[in-house]
Write a protein that binds this ligand. Structure first.
Ligand code: TYM
Length: 325
């Protein structure tokens, strides 16, 4: 069975972009693949973070993954720093990765602008750790949102460089995109993101979800209710596509173009569908919050299973490198 690996940072609330861009697809893929999902805490420390809350955030992130359906009968979920071999392989990959490739990474450039006072080595090395995450399990596929495709391309290059220098050991993994690989924020301008604060949280209560949705930017050219809109230019329509049936989409598309329905009508329909899909996830998440010991057991077992795979890969890597062991 082909293996899949993907990861998510424990940097605060998981949002709709993470859910439709990645997590929902992960749940689907567990039917056909051997799947490993990771809470990437070492990636999160490349920027400032509250150390006293970190453990809680890590467990909460794992909890949400489980609530979304990534249960231990379907896949492995673990915390990156609990499998030490990820960072060991990163060092080895550092020695085959050209600095120039890392300097041109879009996310590195963006984060360097956002964190001018702390442009640290980890920020630059971030994609190499990501390559180690994937390749230590020899995963063939990496389901991610559009913003991570460049990192997966770099991972392929790292695998190529390693293989040509030390012998064929790693596959060249392919990125898998979901049906909604890029969701914009409620500002309708930038990618929905935790750091930009333009997000709708997966566990947000219905009132605050509706407040954000109600005021979210739609087609900017549609100023008055009587103006005809263009769904292709509307981020709300993109989100609709991820949550609504075809017939609803056809009605909304037609109604928007003819001004038969207004943006609020369209948002109400979306809100109904959002509630029915996210409601059960919220319920499961809130009941897991009363039983975090269960979540801890799941990630500990995940780490122990993943350690066995990672250790076996490292034995091959050390031998390929000619290390004294
Ligand atoms: P992270 O934590 O930023 O995001 C987790 C996943 O959510 C996707 N995503 C989105 N998709 C659509 N629209 C959006 N607005 C949106 N925002 C986020 C991301 O593309 C991602 O798939 N570097 C990675 C974590 C990582 C990783 C890995 C991923 C570490 N190691 C190995 C894959 C394989 C990250 O920061 O994701």
């Amino acid at each position: 069975m082909k293996r899949i690996f993907s990861g998510i940072q424990p940097t605060g609330e998981i949002h709709l972009g993470n859910y439709v861009g990645a997590i929902r697809n992960w749940v689907e893929l567990t039917k056909d693949y051997d799947c490993i999902f990771c809470v990437v805490d070492y990636h999160a420390i490349t920027v400032e973070y509250p150390t006293d809350e970190f453990k809680k955030r890590v467990i909460e992130t794992a909890l949400i993954l489980i609530a979304c359906g990534l249960t231990p009968d379907k896949c492995k979920v673990f915390v990156q720093s609990n499998v030490r071999e990820h960072t060991e392989l990163t060092w080895i990959f550092n020695c085959v990765t050209p600095i120039g490739e890392l300097e041109r990474m879009t996310q590195f450039k963006d984060k360097s602008k956002q964190h001018r006072a702390n442009i640290n080595m980890g920020l630059m090395d971030y994609p190499v750790l990501q390559a180690a995450d994937i390749l230590i399990y020899k995963a063939g596929f990496v389901p991610v949102g559009e913003d991570q495709v460049q990192h997966v391309e770099l991972c392929r290059e790292v695998a190529r460089k390693f293989n040509s220098r030390f012998g064929e050991l790693f596959p060249e993994p392919k990125a898998l995109l979901s049906i909604a690989p890029k969701i914009l924020g409620v500002d309708g301008a930038a990618k929905m993101s935790k750091t930009l604060g333009n997000y709708i949280g997966l566990l947000e209560d219905e009132k605050s979800m509706w407040d954000k949705l109600r005021t979210a930017v739609t087609d900017v050219n549609r100023v008055r209710r009587t103006d005809k809109g263009n769904p292709e230019l509307c981020n709300i329509f993109t989100i609709h596509k991820a949550f609504s049936e075809n017939q609803t989409l056809l009605n909304v598309d037609r109604g928007c173009r003819t001004a038969d329905i207004g943006c609020i009508d369209c948002k109400k329909l979306l809100f109904t569908n959002l509630k029915s899909e996210l409601g059960p996830i919220r319920e499961r998440a809130f009941s897991l919050m009363k039983d975090t010991d269960y979540v801890i057991d799941v990630v500990r077992k995940g780490a122990s299973d993943c350690s066995a795979i990672a250790q076996s890969t490292m034995t091959e890597v050390r031998s390929a490198l000619g290390l004294f062991t």
